[in-house]
Design a protein around this ligand. Structure first.
Ligand SMILES: Cc1cc2nc3c(=O)[nH]c(=O)nc-3n(C[C@H](O)[C@H](O)[C@H](O)COP(=O)(O)OP(=O)(O)OC[C@H]3O[C@@H](n4cnc5c(N)ncnc54)[C@H](O)[C@@H]3O)c2cc1C
Length: 350
């Protein structure tokens, strides 16, 4: 078996494989193309401190205790994942880039990588979304003389000191960027495609469960999954309330084109800008699965539980409804249970 990705989802998968009696390197390998432990967390911006993350669930079998909330989450989580990998002897191979998964001989899958090819009876795909930032295209984009960057390369607010910044995107990243950048920047403008929806009350289990159910339904229909914020709305916390009160979170509709000096709307309104920051989200990093042709006409991969309906050897963990730390943990357990059943099933007599 091959586990692709060693973020929350992949490590939880490896943990459950071990607990089920499978041995790393003998029965399964974990491959990750990042240089070090930490999954996508290792790349998150320094001002995203551990205290600011929305609620990171620990990996199964080992709590994350005593972390300093003022430290960057990138460091805290990378250290925790590193300790976890060693504690459970998961032997992650890195950096190993998986380039393609295709049909092999005898009902096996071939996992092609930068470090050779593995033959596998099952694959847990846990590649997250961080490697596939989504950049929408707008007319004139290539003419912009300033800097354009995506959340995936957000360096923290100090880099925007004295600059005029347009932030695009109505999700959690967009609002966090604005609130951080505003005290440093010469000016900020917030544009979103749809008016943002703010939600009163805590993000409790009921809200989470309802959001997951909505994303689950999309995936069951073979549609591309949506982010959880797109179905829950933005939580009205103190920082957001303040941003709304002082105008930092004053939202404009999406501009119609980009000019060399900024952005412009069809009615002639324009805003000059030095930077356009695209907080426009991520898509599932699953291009390496393309040879298996799992995608439905709707553009997504239809899954039941974690199993791809079109190919029961492929499990997607951390995809769609399980794209959260708690969701990844649960999905990993379910995937391993399913794989064990698949591998130990008695062949039916002809
Ligand atoms: C800014 C931000 C903040 C977030 N905060 C929270 C939060 O507070 N709480 C929460 O529950 N969730 C949060 N999330 C969602 C979060 O990303 C997930 O909960 C979780 O960390 C994702 O884990 P994962 O294992 O699915 O993906 P990742 O952590 O992205 O791990 C995927 C791994 O796969 C590897 N990989 C990818 N492609 C390949 C390939 N082709 N070959 C080899 N390796 C590959 C990558 O190197 C990476 O290590 C946040 C997301 C973002 C963007």
């Amino acid at each position: 078996m091959v586990v692709i990705g060693a973020g929350q989802a992949g490590l939880a998968g490896a943990y459950h494989l071990r607990r089920t009696g499978f041995e790393p390197e003998r029965d399964f390998v974990v491959l990750d193309h990042a240089p070090a432990p930490g999954g996508a967390w290792q790349f998150r911006w320094p001002s995203l401190t551990y205290g600011k993350v929305h609620g990171m669930h620990a990996l199964p079998g080992m709590e994350l205790t005593g972390a300093d909330p003022a430290r960057p989450s990138s460091e805290v989580v990378a250290e925790y994942f590193d300790a976890y990998e060693r504690r459970f002897d998961l032997r992650v191979r890195r950096p190993v880039d998986v380039t393609a998964v295709r049909e092999g001989a005898g009902g096996r899958l071939l996992v092609e990588t930068s470090d050779g090819t593995w033959s596998a009876r099952a694959v847990i795909n846990a590649t997250g979304t961080w490697d596939r930032p989504f950049w929408p295209r707008y007319p004139g984009q290539e003419t912009f003389r300033g800097r354009q960057l995506h959340t995936a390369r957000y360096p923290g607010p100090e880099a925007f000191a004295g600059l005029r910044v347009v932030v695009v995107g109505g999700g959690a990243s967009g609002t966090q960027h604005l609130l951080e950048i505003a005290p440093y920047a010469a000016g900020t403008t917030w544009v979103t495609r749809r008016p943002p929806v703010f939600r009163e009350g805590p993000f409790d289990e009921g809200v989470g469960r309802a959001a997951v159910a909505l994303v689950e339904e999309r995936v069951r229909q073979g549609l591309p999954p949506k982010s959880v914020v797109s179905v829950t709305g933005l939580s009205l916390n103190d920082a957001i309330r303040q941003g709304l009160a002082d105008g930092v979170l004053h939202r404009l509709p999406m501009f119609d084109r980009i000019t060399p000096d900024g952005v412009e709307w069809a009615d002639g309104r324009r805003v000059d800008a030095d930077v356009i920051l695209w907080a426009t989200g991520f898509r599932a990093a699953i291009d390496h699965l393309a040879p298996l042709r799992l995608r439905e006409p709707g553009g997504g991969i239809r899954i039941e539980g974690t199993r791809a309906v079109a190919d029961p050897r492929i499990h997607l963990v951390g995809y769609g409804p399980s794209a959260s730390t708690i969701g990844a943990n649960r999905a990993a357990r379910a995937a391993v249970r399913d794989i064990k059943r698949l591998l130990t099933e008695e062949p039916v007599a002809a």
